[in-house]
Design a protein around this ligand. Structure first.
Ligand code: AKG
Ligand code: FE2
Length: 283
């Protein structure tokens, strides 16, 4: 698997060559349609949202405090990562700068249907803030087999992805099957020998670029500089079966009756969205 970077790609080619086979792609200028592209900088965030709070590991931080931390972060003494804001809830003023959210590629997105607005389906539009040396804490699959779109708006991040079919080489945590037990930044081959057969692919995503991570792709990230990214998730007919399976796996912790109800709701909602796709409803 090779990671291609493309400035122009048709929607059809994107679906055939990336969505269906599950191959990530870096769009080099898809986010040019967002006002946030080129505008979003630490200074801009300070001026607009300096006192806005978010929490990290149960501790509250203002935007100014976070930006101070990431601007002083070094690879040997990194700031905590990731600092996160849920954009619609915590920074709603930012929404107008990221329209259309789906960049005209992440379509359709059933997550935008009213049917999925309520409840927790793992979906979010989030601002990630990091500093040099900030590591996403583990290699993982995104919850609910959603596909992820990471828009790198400031600074550079290195991503590592694994081709599909390597789940057994990554030692998923038995109690958290979407998390690998392997620290890919310092691999313990004695405990995880199958990792020698895994073929991680690392590449850097820079300002203005968008990484599409198809559902079911194990991944992690490492911030090389102060970074600002906006990430959102996608559900469509391509990942709906895996999505429903994950609804069962994730909700059954809360009891089988509740889980069965959630699976029924998710299945009917996906069917309704599919009918909507056929009827040409745009979302
Ligand atoms: O740090 C990143 O940008 C990766 C984020 C990610 O993989 C996630 O939120 O699921
Ligand atoms: Fe992820």
């Amino acid at each position: 698997m090779e990671i291609v970077r493309r400035s122009e790609i048709s929607y059809e080619e994107f679906i055939e060559n990336h969505v269906k086979p599950g191959i990530p792609i870096v769009f080099t200028n898809a986010s040019k349609v967002w006002k946030a592209n080129g505008l979003l900088t630490p200074d801009w965030l300070r001026s607009k949202f300096g006192e806005r709070l978010t929490s990290h590991n149960n501790q509250d931080f203002t935007m100014n405090q976070i930006l101070d931390l990431v601007e002083n972060s070094t690879e040997s003494n990194p700031a905590p990562y990731p600092f996160l804001y849920n954009i619609p809830n915590q920074l709603p003023e930012l929404m107008e700068y990221i329209q259309p959210v789906g960049l005209n590629y992440a379509l359709p997105n059933w997550i935008d249907s009213k049917l999925f607005k309520k409840g927790h389906w793992g979906n979010a539009i989030e601002l990630f803030i990091g500093g040099p040396g900030g590591k996403f804490p583990y290699v993982h699959l995104d919850y609910y087999h959603l596909s992820a779109w990471v828009n790198q708006l400031y600074g550079e991040k290195r991503f590592t992805v694994f081709p599909r079919g390597q789940d057994h080489l990554l030692y998923p945590d038995p109690s958290n099957y979407w998390r690998s037990q392997v620290n890919i930044f310092d691999i313990d081959y004695d405990n995880f020998p199958l990792m020698k057969q895994a073929t991680p692919i690392s590449f850097t995503v820079g300002p203005g670029e968008t990484l599409y991570i198809p559902f079911g792709i194990w991944h992690s990230a490492y911030s090389l500089t102060p970074t600002l990214s906006v990430a959102f998730d996608q559900l469509s007919s391509h990942n709906s079966i895996d999505f429903i399976k994950d609804v069962w796996k994730l909700k059954k912790e809360y009891g089988k009756i509740k889980a069965a109800y959630n699976v029924g709701y998710a299945t009917l909602s996906c069917m309704a969205c599919k009918v909507g796709d056929i009827m040409g409803i745009k979302r």
